[in-house]
Design a protein around this ligand. Sequence first.
Ligand code: IDP
Ligand code: MG
Length: 140
Amino acid sequence: MAIERTLSILKPDATRRNLTGAINQRLEAAGLAIVAQRRLRLTRSMAEGFYAVHRERPFFGSLCEFMTSGPVVVQVLEGEGAVAHYREVMGATNPAEAADGTIRKDFAESIEANSTHGSDSVENAAIEIAYFFSEVDIVG
Ligand code: IDP
Ligand code: MG
């Protein structure tokens, strides 16, 4: 399998509960290297742009409100098959359906406040990484 990069976001419910270190420990233990990382507060337009694919969904407004409710940590993760691997490490979108030992099972508060974002394809990972990082910010 190829070395890939994926875009991760530690969401406001995670930063609010001081879970950045605990989640990062899971990532590194799973063989996902944090090759870029930045903490910021998303503006409404940044959140709407990032989640534009979901703009027709009923939860879009609430999701953007939540994503701007506190700081986030945006990260680039690198490793073997990192896109699919991180999706496995995160678990299902709804923590009630997430497998034991996954980040969302252990940390998520709800289907919306589910602690982490991970890109869903290599193609989207490249787009999402470029949304937050320049190539010079990523040190593998
Ligand atoms: P994913 O994060 O597992 O890829 P998506 O379907 O891409 O899930 O949804 C993006 C985000 O929107 C989720 O991580 C979650 O925060 C939120 N979300 C998804 N489905 C719902 C829902 O049914 N109600 C409220 N929020 C949702
Ligand atoms: Mg998604």
